[in-house]
Design a protein around this ligand. Sequence first.
Ligand code: KG4
Ligand code: ZN
Length: 340
Amino acid sequence: MKNEQGPIYILGIESSCDDTGAAVMADDKLLANIVANQDIHKKWGGVVPELASRAHQQNIIPVVEAALHAAKISKADLAAIAYTRGPGLPGSLLVGGSFAKGMATALGIPLIGINHMQAHILAHFIREERSIPEFPFLCLTVSGGHTQIVRVDGPLEMTVLGETQDDAAGEAFDKAAKIMGLPYPGGPMIDQLAKTGDPSRFKFPEPKADGLNFSFSGLKTSFLYLIQSEEKKDKAFVDKNKADLAASLQFTIVKILINKMLSASKETGIKRLALAGGVSANSGLRQAFEDLNSTGFETFIPPFAYCTDNAAMIGIAGWFAFKAGIRSDITESSQARLPF
Ligand code: KG4
Ligand code: ZN
């Protein structure tokens, strides 16, 4: 008999980009969260889609087995399988999606397709010893592919109020890092370098974007132009100024993000602000959010493990969807672009 009395066990599978993840939830509690990172992309300076899907194929079975083992349950205990339906790289999504469909069919249990961006937000609700945001709240979701301000009225009620018109915030970090000759992904390295740098050393213009939308491509261009013009005078410019460049860039990105969140709060009257997505691992952004608490806001920052891509967030999103009676058909296709 399957879990009629006990907790609802859900297997979450994440394969939207270059991390293969599997997690097991017992209701909203996380029992296991396994991620296999793909180092193969480092030497190419970015994710190579074909290599990513091949690595997902190699990783998916061991990662799922490791998650079930760590959770100390058997696959017969599972009530449902939740998987990332999109958005993401088509080939990567296909591997996780096909695996989830095959496994759900073999076990005769429901399949639930999850929106990766909504899952980043729902990671806040994985039950642990920390406070979780009450509804409604505003979430700044910042990752390698997206930058959004989302109004969250319930686990399944989300509205995008603004988003980037070009590059994502994570892309701005990664592209600037690449210009500086740093390996992919550059965001964490910029963060590290910024710790010892002067954030006011270099000034970058803040790109203009309407309403609650963002634009980061102009910032990348002005960063590139600064380096090109300084390198004409001194070939070792980047090497000598790494920390200040990183700190100034990070300062500008964080300022753009925080200012838009403040505008969103003013427009909606909502003072509960949350962070989500890979860039929420950034220490400058976390600190800026933290600082808002002393000025009348209530902020929520996810633990590090749930910032960058992981399957725990797919598992918790699956749990909410399962309870709401949402089920997917195995003919449902993965979607590289998947609106809310
Ligand atoms: O959410 P995520 O893991 O994958 C996507 O869905 O895109 O986000 C990855 C992004 C990358 O751009 C990476 O450089 C950025 O998050 N990132 C950071 C930091 N850690 C990860 N950016 C700035 N500072 C960090 N500490
Ligand atoms: Zn993500």
